[in-house]
Every structure is written in C-alpha cells, then in structure tokens.
Ligand binder design. Sequence first.
Ligand code: SF4
Length: 61
Amino acid sequence: MWQIDVDKDKCVGDEECVNACPAQVYEIVDGKAEPVNADECLGCETCVEVCPEGALTVTEV
Ligand code: SF4
C-alpha cells in the first residue's frame, strides 16, 4: 500500500500528475490534485518527479 500526500498549499492544479500517472490515481478537484484512486497507486513516484511545485509525497505504508 502507498500513501499519497498532496500539500494543498503548494499544489497549483497544473495537472502534471494527472497526465503522468500510469494508474489514473489523480483528478483535479476544486483546482487541486486529489488522489481519488489512491488504492491503484503503483509506488512509481512518477508524480513526485513531474510535480514542479514539489507538492506530492508517496510513502509505502
Ligand atoms: S506513485 Fe506512480 S502510480 Fe502512484 S500516484 Fe504517483 S504516478 Fe501514480
């Protein structure tokens, strides 16, 4: 299992994670990234790498 944390103060809703995630984990909700399908996360950290704001962390739990 992977825990996804979005720092909503940093997120600008640019959809980089939405477009990069191979598992369609994210949607933009109220202008911010929301990991609506967190159960599908593969732990690849692609979203962490593509986020220009450094708003995402993915942690194995
Ligand atoms: S770690 Fe990979 S699978 Fe999980 S949300 Fe980020 S891009 Fe998607």
